[in-house]
Design a binder for this molecule. Structure first.
Ligand code: CO
Length: 134
């Protein structure tokens, strides 16, 4: 069912410092910051030859990243995103297998304008998994 690794999302306490580090120290192709008010984050996309990294920084008071950074003050891997062909079929299969889809269980439009859903980390070895239909 799952295909390519679409991205790894890393929550960071200092977006400008993290972008500089990826650009200068790691020599990566770092994009410009983009505010995603619907998702409560400011995102920087980093294009790698085989996948993307997303640097996440809280935007607004209800950001889902805020609590994560309080628990992980130096930042950390927040989620990984796998590609799927059919997100509705994937959601049905996962629910049938007992996995919990976060929120109301329905796919939402994600940061890339494509349908996404998130799976409960306790059902997947402590890892928050995003599925994105491509
Ligand atoms: Co993501």
């Amino acid at each position: 069912m799952i295909g390519r690794l679409n991205h790894v999302a890393i929550a960071v306490p200092d977006l400008a410092a993290a972008a500089d580090q990826y650009r200068e120290t790691l020599g990566a192709n770092v994009g410009a910051p983009q505010d995603e008010p619907d998702h409560g984050v400011t995102v920087i996309f980093i294009e790698l030859p085989n996948t993307k990294i997303e640097l996440l920084y809280p935007l607004g008071d209800n950001s889902p990243i805020k609590g994560f950074l309080e628990k992980n003050p130096s930042g950390g891997i927040h989620h990984i995103c796998y590609e799927v062909d059919d997100i509705d079929a994937s959601a049905r299969k996962l629910t049938d297998k007992g996995a919990r889809v976060l929120g109301d269980g329905k796919p939402k439009i994600g940061a890339h304008g494509k349908p996404v859903l998130f799976l409960h980390p306790k059902d997947f070895n402590g890892t928050l998994i995003e599925l994105e239909q491509v």
